[in-house]
Ligand binder design. Structure first.
Ligand code: ADP
Length: 395
């Protein structure tokens, strides 16, 4: 059987087709249609884009439309309505629509993708897999801000967390690498891409995460500032005469690494720092200082930590960032092995901790599409294996 995973962005549609056989997922066709509805684009909307994807799939020899059993959709924000993936019906669509104010850039295109898929293939079950769902286990003391109750009760102002699909996937892989059940391990995961977040996971349940009501809170990111004194926006309105929209743009698009040194591409920043550019050096120091701050805080919250996991573009590919984040943490049991740290091969899970390090440090490639495929098949009752078949952990 085959399952299609769709990730609908504001002007893009990404797809990945999987085959499931004997509990193993195999990747088949994947692709991305960009610039939907932009300027003189030929693809005007998500429905056109999806029709193109199906044409493409029919031409690809490995795809068999009769084998397709369903479609899994990535949905960024499920508000507090969804704590697990769900079969899409009109009620679910209403729920995703209700969460639009919390993710105004992400939920509308997800709805466009879902609508296109339901129209084009009404015969197939469709599943919504939410980025926020994994964090719905946050206890009240972690999800509430120290604001009057009406902010939460009337407006839903609380911490939701994002990147949950990735944190769930890599934390489960970490348990496999430790050869233990997820319920028996405590893990700190760092998803470091353009957006970046950390999660503290106790026995498979997320108990703390760095993103908040929106993806702006927490770590330093490519273009987002992360944690900030909440008075700064008011100061900018008053003293710099900026508008709400201008401050919004500054904090989300012109801050983070880009704001500090002009680039959000960590590779370029590392090279500029090597050549002695002080703004790039400072940007890296601020980025890694924030990582370490969260690492320490999540240690305090979890009490016992079995593994720290680095994933996504920066986490998987930058030995320098992993080294700086873990530097000087021997006392809390984190010891990196520099040779292993430098020898990580792209796309492979690696243990980069020193022999005898009480806390293992793993680099685990994330695979959000595979996670969406597996969760969708589970919801459809077509995959009863909670986890991929357990092989001897390979590093
Ligand atoms: P997105 O959130 O857009 O999916 P990615 O997970 O692809 O982001 O991560 C993008 C980030 O990863 C960029 O800052 C990029 O510079 C960084 N990156 C990719 N490859 C490397 C590398 N080899 N070394 C350091 N950083 C890298």
């Amino acid at each position: 059987m085959q399952i299609l995973v769709l990730n609908s962005g504001s002007s893009s549609l990404k797809h990945q087709l999987f085959a499931l056989s004997d509990g193993e997922l195999t990747k088949l066709d994947r692709g991305s249609i960009e610039c939907i509805g932009e300027g003189n684009a030929q693809v005007h909307c998500h429905a056109d884009a999806l029709a193109l994807v199906f044409e493409q799939l029919e031409r690809a020899s490995e795809c068999d439309p009769r084998e397709l059993v369903g479609i899994g959709h990535r949905v960024v924000h499920g508000g507090d309505l969804f704590d697990h993936p769900v079969l899409i019906d009109d009620r679910v669509i209403r729920g995703i629509r209700e969460a639009i104010p919390l993710a105004p850039l992400h939920n509308p295109p997800a709805l466009a993708g879902i609508d296109a898929a339901r129209t084009l293939r009404p015969d197939l079950p469709q599943v919504a897999v939410f980025d926020t769902a994994f964090h719905q286990t946050l206890p009240s003391h972690a999800l509430r801000y120290a604001l009057p109750a009406w902010c939460y009760e009337k407006y839903g102002i609380r911490r939701y967390g994002m990147h949950g699909i990735s944190h769930a996937f890599v934390s489960r892989r970490a348990a496999e690498l430790l050869d233990r059940q997820p319920a028996d391990v405590n893990v700190i995961t760092f998803h470091l891409g353009n957006g970046a977040s950390a999660a503290a996971i106790a026995g498979g349940r997320c108990v703390e995460t760095s993103m908040g009501m929106t993806p702006l809170e927490g770590l330093v990111m490519g273009t987002r500032c992360g944690d900030l004194d909440p008075s700064v926006p008011m100061f900018l309105y008053r003293e710099a005469g900026m508008t709400v929209a201008e401050v919004d743009r500054l904090l989300s698009h012109d801050s983070g690494l880009k704001g500090l040194c002009g680039s959000n591409d960590l590779r370029a920043i590392l090279q500029r720092a090597k050549r002695g550019h002080s703004d790039a050096e400072l940007a890296l120091q601020i980025y890694c200082h924030r990582l370490k701050k969260y690492l320490g805080a999540y240690f305090a919250i979890l009490g016992r930590v079995d593994a720290v996991v680095f994933t996504a573009g920066v986490g998987e590919n930058s030995p320098e960032i992993r080294r700086s984040a873990c530097d000087g943490l021997d006392l809390i049991g984190i010891r990196l092995d520099e040779e292993r740290n430098l020898a990580v091969r792209r796309g492979q899970a690696s243990d980069v901790s020193a022999n005898g390090s009480p806390v293992r440090v793993f680099v685990i490639p994330t695979d959000e599409e595979a996670e969406i495929a597996r969760r969708s098949l589970e919801v459809m009752g077509l995959d009863s294996t909670e986890h991929p078949p357990r092989k001897k952990p390979s590093l």
